[in-house]
Design a protein around this ligand. Structure first.
Ligand code: BES
Ligand code: MN
Ligand code: ZN
Length: 508
């Protein structure tokens, strides 16, 4: 979708469709009111007759309004003015996008960015519009023989801003929103891919394809023999039961100064998690194709960085494996030596995410990182603890956790911090190795997994995002969400601004 920003009166717009808001109960927004004066009070008449209450989710399409330059007007319900908050606004933007898609109009001018949303500025509103519109147009039909895309989808949306001095902010917000939406889309496409096609090797090819698309990205792939040589015994243990060879994918983005330390993003890339010999129950097992969503979000975030040309150094590290119960598979009780030199007794082969991540974290030390953030669909326990709205956040460095919380609030891609106290650590004691890969009880499972990882993250500032509940939706709307790309992109945007980035204003 193409987006543009404009500042002008609604009655002056020559367009296929004009989208205007109606508050509950039957009250036009100021822009709609202004438009209505130009067409002789037609809209107010209509509202008085009770044709549209203005409730969230409602809309009404009108043609040939008297005295109007626009072909159509789409009235969209905004709910009560006082109640217009983050969630409502996103829903409003999504509804508007869906309704516009059904009109047959190929371009539209929308008057939504002027509506007051509690605690939110124009920049936020425009980014949310862009992200919500792209979200509502997303469909994954690559593998359907009959495509279900709309016949005449909306091609161009012009977002109106209050005044001419808002244009620059608006255009920057569109650039950021589009870059984030592009990263989200890539992450969803990778996540939704079936596990017979999305193998570790295929993921590596996708990273290389992305690097082919953006000259500022460089992809390299470590093969099993090289990992063996490095001593990544934990990562390789997970891969043994699979016919698919493991890959360690690195994507470099180096647009900061040579002195700037890189931000390293480590994404769990289990392309299918059967549980291994500690086999999972059958019900819903198909969803374990999403166990590579952390990896997908790393590629999506790097795509957004490249598109925005952020002046930063960022490294993506993706341990990609398939967790299968083959004849060579790791057994419960096996002891392996990790890249760090620490030995691990694998008591449950289904706790595989931490095994591939621990070696990737040790490997990240070589980059002398400014910070390392790992992203992983790590534990079912995280869903039990937090549900499916926030990512679980853990960190060994409070300022890093704080920066992620700020980015989460700004991007509306929420996190909730859980503790990493030393008290928990003894739960991982093993009689036979330096540690076990699971705790003796199921208590605090998300925390115990994070505690395991923390033992491999002692040499840098580190945060861990458990995205088990947030990376995809289950049920009827099953599909990848593209999260936490908005959060990670915002975190990096904030770092770029900190480093003196002018938001690309000079360049445009
Ligand atoms: N990939 C799963 C975690 C998961 C499960 C995410 C369900 C989303 C939905 C992970 O590899 C796993 O199997 N974790 C185990 C850990 C346990 C064996 C300590 C879990 O959560 O049951
Ligand atoms: Mn598992
Ligand atoms: Zn897993």
């Amino acid at each position: 979708m193409e987006f543009a920003v404009k500042s002008g009166h609604p009655e002056k717009q020559r367009t296929a469709c004009l989208a205007l808001g109606v508050y509950e109960s039957r009250r036009l927004t100021p822009d709609a009111e202004r438009f209505d004066r130009a067409c002789g009070g037609y809209l107010n008449n209509l509202l008085r007759r009770g044709d549209l209450e203005g409730k969230p989710g409602q809309s009404l399409l009108l043609f040939n309004l008297p005295g109007a330059l626009t072909e159509r007007v789409l009235l969209v319900g905004c709910g009560r003015e006082r109640e217009l908050d983050d969630r409502r606004f996103r829903q409003l933007a999504a509804h508007t996008a869906k309704a516009l898609n059904d009109t047959g109009a190929m371009d539209a001018v929308v008057y939504l960015a002027d509506l007051p949303v509690k605690g939110r500025d124009l920049d936020w509103k425009i980014r949310q519009i862009v992200e919500a519109v792209e979200e509502s147009h997303y469909h994954f039909d690559q593998l359907k023989s009959k495509k279900d895309a709309p016949r005449r989808p909306l091609r161009k949306m012009t977002i109106n801003v209050p005044g001419r001095r808002d244009l620059a902010i608006g255009e920057q917000a569109v650039r950021e929103g589009s870059a984030i939406a592009g990263g989200v889309k890539l992450t969803k496409d990778l996540g939704n891919m079936p596990p017979n096609l999305c193998t570790p090797a295929w993921l590596a090819e996708q990273a290389q394809a992305l690097a082919g698309e953006f000259p500022t990205l460089q992809a390299t792939v470590l093969e099993e023999a090289e990992m063996e040589q490095l001593g990544m015994g934990a990562l390789l243990a997970v891969s043994r039961g699979s016919a698919q060879p493991a890959k360690l994918i690195r994507v470099n983005y180096r647009q900061g100064s040579a002195l700037q330390k890189p931000f390293v993003l480590v994404g769990k890339g289990v392309t299918f998690d059967t549980g291994g010999i500690s086999l999972k129950p059958g019900e819903g097992m198909d969803e374990m194709k999403y166990d590579m969503c952390g990896a997908a979000s790393v590629l999506g975030t790097l795509r957004a960085c490249a598109e925005l040309q952020l002046p930063l150094n960022v490294t993506g590290l993706i341990p990609a494996v398939e967790n299968m119960p083959g004849g060579q598979a790791t057994r419960p009780g096996d002891i392996v030596t990790s890249l760090s030199g620490q030995t691990v007794e694998i008591l449950n082969t289904d706790a595989e995410g931490r095994l591939i991540l621990c070696d990737a974290l040790s490997y990240a030390e070589r980059d002398e990182p400014a910070a390392v953030i790992d992203i992983a669909t790590l534990t079912g326990a995280c869903i039990i603890a937090l549900g499916r709205h926030p990512h679980g956040l853990f960190s060994n460095h409070p300022p890093l956790a704080h920066a992620l919380q700020i980015a989460a609030a700004a991007s509306s891609d929420r996190v909730w911090e859980l503790p990493l106290w030393d008290d928990y650590q003894e739960g991982l004691d093993s009689n036979f190795a330096d540690m076990a890969n699971i705790a003796g009880s199921r208590d605090g499972g998300a925390i115990m997994a994070a505690c395991f990882l923390s033992r491999f993250a002692k040499k840098f500032h580190w945060a861990h995002l458990d995205i088990a509940g947030t990376a995809w939706k289950t049920g009827k709307a099953k599909g990848a969400t593209g999260r936490p790309v908005p959060l990670l992109a915002q975190y990096l945007l904030d770092r770029a601004v900190e480093a003196g980035w002018d938001n690309g204003r000079a360049a445009h």
